[in-house]
Design a binder for this molecule. Structure first.
Ligand SMILES: N[C@@H](CCC(=O)N[C@@H](CS)C(=O)NCC(=O)O)C(=O)O
Length: 221
């Protein structure tokens, strides 16, 4: 059955996540930009609260974010962005273009968020935060390869998928902004830094918490 577009959730949307997660932050960002009521349920990943039978019933991959909106349980940050926009935005085409090329451009940057961003800046930051034993140099190298591509792209247009902000920007924002927490400096990427500032200037923007590492590194937001 197709869910009709509603202006407001019947009850606050439950957001299962961790305040340290950029995947969760991107959902929180859209919730606040759409001014939707929600309740955050913080999971302690170090205590493996994402691996309990109750949580695995919500997402068998054991990953955050997950939302519950009435009877609906939905996992995966980019899928959640699409759902919230289609279900609740007064103007869904504002965040997700309706034309073939515009929609494809957003999908392309969703793929970047799930691939090079996750395996580059997000992974480098996690290693720094949780002190994983693995050598971070490969991840740092991957991060700079991604940032170089983003820099060239953002020198030509203000937002990732075109002249206006879309879900593509929301999906990619947090792990780029917090890349310095993983020893990935943004100094060489002025176009990327200006793009971050353009997102931070959008109505309803909320930052992701800075970790002590981020405060020391001077991460954006
Ligand atoms: N494709 C997923 C990835 C989410 C993800 O990697 N979440 C991390 C936190 S940032 C997680 O839950 N990791 C725990 C695990 O994999 O066990 C999404 O976009 O939601």
């Amino acid at each position: 059955m197709t869910a009709a577009r509603l202006s407001r959730p019947v009850q606050p949307i439950k957001l299962y996540g961790s305040s340290l997660s950029g995947h969760v932050h991107r959902v929180r960002l859209l919730l606040t930009m759409l001014d939707l009521p929600f309740e955050s349920i913080e999971l302690d990943m170090r205590k493996r609260e994402n691996r309990t039978p109750e949580f695995l019933a919500r997402n068998p991959f054991g990953q955050v974010p997950v939302i519950e909106d009435g009877d609906l349980t939905l996992a995966d940050s980019n899928a959640i962005l699409v759902y919230l926009n289609e279900r609740y935005s007064p103007d869904p085409s504002r965040w997700m273009p309706r034309d073939a090329v515009g929609a494809a451009r957003v999908q392309r940057w969703f793929s970047v968020a799930a691939g090079p961003l996750a395996y580059g800046p997000a992974a480098a930051r996690i290693m720094a935060l949780f002190g994983h034993a693995t050598d971070p140099s490969e991840t740092v190298k991957r991060s700079h390869a991604l940032l170089s591509v983003m820099e060239t792209h953002l020198q030509q247009q203000p937002f990732l998928a075109g002249p206006e902000a879309t879900l593509a920007d929301i999906a990619n924002y947090a792990y780029v902004a917090h890349a310095p927490e993983g020893s990935v400096s943004l100094d060489a990427y002025p176009g990327v830094r200006e793009w971050l500032a353009r997102i931070e200037a959008l109505r309803g923007f909320v930052p992701m918490v800075r970790t002590p590492i981020g405060l020391a590194a001077g991460a954006s937001s």
